[in-house]
Design a protein around this ligand. Structure first.
Ligand SMILES: [Zn+2]
Length: 108
């Protein structure tokens, strides 16, 4: 996250790829927690852990249509066609290297 907000200069800026990664990580965590809930006490904990992590990572690589739809909604409603979103002030803008427009005018 090396991009600074063009409005408030905060470094709490994420791009669409980071938002996508966050959604996928939450999905993997959810899969892992589902597996945790079904843990059988007689199983070998280390083997169960490796198996559950493998299943969770597999779920990430095969994106469920609901997750894909969720990611599309995040990109549409949160990013609105721009590359970056400031988590502090909510400004949306394109990455500085290819910035051609800014969602909100800078105050100066
Ligand atoms: Zn900002």
């Amino acid at each position: 996250m090396g991009t600074q907000c063009l409005i408030c200069e905060s470094s709490a800026v994420i791009d669409r790829q980071a938002a996508r990664s966050i959604v996928l990580a939450i999905g993997a965590l959810r899969e892992f927690m589902q597996a945790w809930k079904t843990l059988k006490s007689e199983g070998e904990p280390a083997q169960w852990l490796l198996h559950s992590l493998s299943d969770a990572m597999s779920a990430v690589t095969h994106i469920h249509p609901d997750v894909q739809s969720f990611i599309a909604d995040v990109e549409r409603y949160q990013f609105g066609g721009f590359d970056c979103l400031c988590l502090r002030c909510g400004a949306r803008f394109d990455a500085p290297s290819r910035a051609t427009s800014v969602a909100q005018p800078a105050s100066q």
